[in-house]
Write a protein that binds this ligand. Structure first.
Ligand SMILES: [Zn+2]
Length: 235
């Protein structure tokens, strides 16, 4: 039986991602700044009912690369992630673990000329979404390969959807940056879609009726999957 692997973005998808919550962990009161978004707990509980599912949080944390945030070390960033998972677990919404990318691309650093960076963390890495490093970490943690898994990525950014497309899975763009009811409802739509697909073990549909969800055909996905894996190995 194929295993279902679901990778979920953190900021703006599981927790608030407004200006004051940016670079969570850069201040000492970061715990008080964490707020779980509406529908997340219910959505995760639903995803938890899929047999043999592996759910992981994968998050780009470029703030770790910024030397102007001395408190936001890589260890602090992991601490924040573990805390988010613990809060969710307390609500009966279980994730198996998390992976984070502490890097910033040279382009990102160039766009912030007044910001100071740790030079060793500024480079083009494998892990920054839409790169596949963190998804591969999750696959490895589950002991599976893309060939024997149904893969999903849930996130609010184009990079999240692109991550899924890069793997030939189904990218489901979910909860957005705002808290509007219409947008929060996408979490429900998205989780329902994943659970129904997993139960039917049907192929992802090419065109989804939901604007928040994106699907790719199995064949096209397979080609892309191979390409990316070849790329991954050569990296
Ligand atoms: Zn990285």
């Amino acid at each position: 039986m194929k295993k279902t692997l679901i990778c979920i973005d953190r900021d703006g998808t599981l927790i608030h991602d407004t200006r004051e919550h940016l670079f969570l962990g850069r201040d000492n009161d970061w715990q008080e700044q964490i707020g779980i978004l509406p529908h997340v707990v219910e959505g995760l509980r639903l995803l938890n009912t899929i047999a043999g599912v592996g759910i992981y949080m994968i998050t780009n944390q470029a703030g770790v690369a910024i030397s102007d945030f001395p408190l936001l070390t890589e260890e602090r960033a992991h601490e924040v992630c573990r805390y988010v998972l613990a809060v969710l677990k307390g609500e009966g919404a279980n994730l198996a673990g998390h992976f984070l990318c502490p890097h910033a691309t040279p382009e990102y650093a160039a766009r912030k000329p007044t910001t100071n960076f740790h030079a060793h963390l500024v480079h083009d890495c494998h892990c920054l979404k839409p790169g596949l490093g963190m998804v591969f970490n999750a696959l490895q943690a589950e002991g599976i390969t893309p060939d024997n898994a149904d893969l999903y990525v849930i996130g609010d950014r184009a990079s999240d959807v692109q991550t899924a497309l890069n793997l030939g899975g189904t990218g489901a763009s979910s909860s957005p940056l705002s808290m509007s009811r219409e947008k929060a409802a996408r979490w429900q739509k998205c989780t329902l879609e994943i659970t129904s697909m997993s139960r039917k073990t049907c192929l992802p549909r090419r065109n989804s009726s939901s604007p928040a969800c994106l699907s790719v055909s199995a064949n096209r996905g397979h080609e892309k999957k191979r390409d990316r894996r070849a790329q991954w190995k050569s990296d």
